[in-house]
Design a binder for this molecule. Structure first.
Ligand code: TYD
Ligand code: MG
Length: 452
């Protein structure tokens, strides 16, 4: 008989080791191996004893379906619904992750309450807070009247038992790391438990059950704690982000089987919970119209919406040998590329200068269309000349210093106009927008000449 020895599972990457060591040989993390009992790995099939045990064979189906798709559940939190792709798909599984304290529980309590008020049957199961605490929060948020079924539980068996007996439209489980299945010996939060509990809940959702929303904790480096496999199991992975010190919170879909992944939802955290922000531009631009040298307003697109946001650069002489480069809200590799292009193609050197680039308001920009705005901010700061007031900027920059056109120029300009901007610095545009003066540039060097 095989000896029942223990297995050691890396809590960071999920690799299984036969013996303990201080460092995981697979991902290189230290002190992440923890002992777990040897149970049959998921998917392992024992040799069949008889023909009957060999399986029933598959029942194939066609792509066409006569029964209409069930309608999506609009929760009433419009920003959440949009990121889902137009409401929650019945029977789907969603994972919501984010830093501790960013507001995951607050958001989901709001989603639960608003959906329940619109007639959906919603359960909110918390393994982190007591029922009284959740009640107190709901009261503070003005949602105490919502008919949400509230429970504090961590035992998966109890949760599954209840969910099989009662029908719900949406079930929120906060958080998957607190759940605990008695089939496995390892403690709550361990990789085996997280995988097993998430798997069971997803299976329940897929078999005609409720839509399940799981809260997932993140590790220090921002990954969803537990195996990546949980991210593969669910239909949508959303992250809730916010810079410390800013009230803005951004909900982003990293994966979505039922909608676009570049959509964002913007919220503002206040004394009475989260407020949806329908017009984020006004929020990210801040007060006042006068912009100092180093500031450029980028006309961006986040998901389906145009958003104006200020990019701020500071170029200052270096006090020490190695010049500093620091970026908040943008890609540091992209900044390095821009500085190299400015130096090689425009003769603007930054070798003895510290360079800081910041996206105001705590937003994170991923669009290449922000290149020209970042470059304009850098040039403006380096030359100490402000950009024209009332000017927005967008365009991609290539390595040879050319300014390339980007998509959805009209939507960007319309948003700019709506917020009182009447000039644009961009690559040549195919259509003119009335009331907006266009300054077209095909090369970055032209932009340097114009600003100086
Ligand atoms: P929470 O939803 O508990 O975060 P998470 O579940 O992601 O850990 O949010 C906690 C934070 O939100 C806490 O720092 C306080 C803040 N908050 C407010 O500012 N106003 C409010 O009305 C609520 C409910 C929370
Ligand atoms: Mg919480």
């Amino acid at each position: 008989m095989a000896r029942d020895t223990a297995l050691y599972v890396c809590q960071s990457c999920g690799t299984v080791h036969g013996k303990w060591s201080g460092q995981c040989g697979s991902c290189g993390q230290w002190n992440t191996l923890s002992e777990e009992s040897r149970s049959a790995p998921p998917g392992a099939i024992k040799p069949a004893a008889s023909a009957a045990a060999r399986g029933r064979g598959l029942q194939f189906e066609t792509l066409q379906c006569d029964t209409p798709e069930p309608p999506r559940i609009a929760t009433g939190v419009a920003e959440f619904d949009r990121v889902c792709g137009g409401g929650v798909v019945p029977g789907s599984a969603i994972l919501l992750s984010g830093d501790p304290g960013v507001g995951k529980s607050t958001l989901l309590l709001e989603v639960a309450a608003k959906a329940a008020l619109r007639g959906a049957k919603v359960a909110y199961i918390s393994g982190e807070e007591a029922v009284e605490q959740i009640r107190a929060r709901a009261k503070r948020m003005g949602l105490a009247d919502a008919p949400v079924d509230l429970a504090a539980a961590t035992a998966l068996r109890d949760i599954l038992g209840t969910l099989k007996r009662e029908t719900f439209d949406i079930v929120i489980v906060d958080s998957v790391q607190t759940l605990w299945s008695d089939v496995h010996e390892s403690g709550p939060g361990s990789i085996t438990q997280v995988r097993a509990c998430a798997g069971e809940l997803v299976r329940l959702a897929k078999n005609g059950g409720p839509a399940v929303v799981l809260v997932g904790h993140v590790t220090k480096d921002g990954q969803v704690a537990g195996p990546r496999v949980v991210e593969h199991m669910v239909d949508a992975v959303m992250t809730f982000e916010g810079e410390r010190g800013y009230p803005f919170r951004i909900l982003r879909a990293g994966k979505n089987r039922f909608g676009a992944t570049d959509e964002i939802g913007v919220f503002e955290m206040g004394d009475s919970g989260l407020r949806e922000v329908a017009n984020p531009s006004a929020l990210f631009l801040g007060e006042g119209k006068d912009r100092a040298p180093g500031a450029a307003v980028f006309a961006g697109i986040e998901g389906s919406r145009p958003v104006l946001v200020e990019m701020q650069a500071l170029v200052a002489p270096s006090a020490y040998g190695t010049p500093r480069r620091a970026v908040v809200g943008w890609d540091s590799g992209r900044l390095a590329m821009l500085l190299a292009v400015l130096e090689a193609r425009c003769g603007l050197g930054f070798g003895d200068k510290d360079v800081y680039l910041n996206v105001a308001g705590g937003l994170r920009i991923n669009e290449p269309a922000a290149d020209l705005a970042a470059a304009a901010a850098l040039i403006s700061s380096a030359l100490d000349v402000p950009l024209p007031q009332g000017c927005v900027v967008f365009g991609e920059i290539g390595l040879s210093g050319e300014v390339r056109s980007v998509g959805r120029a009209e939507a960007r300009l319309r948003e700019a106009q709506k917020l009182g901007f009447d000039q644009v610095l961009s690559p040549p545009l195919s259509a003119k927008t009335r009331g907006v003066k266009t300054t077209a540039a095909t090369r970055l060097s032209e932009v340097v000449e114009r600003i100086s």
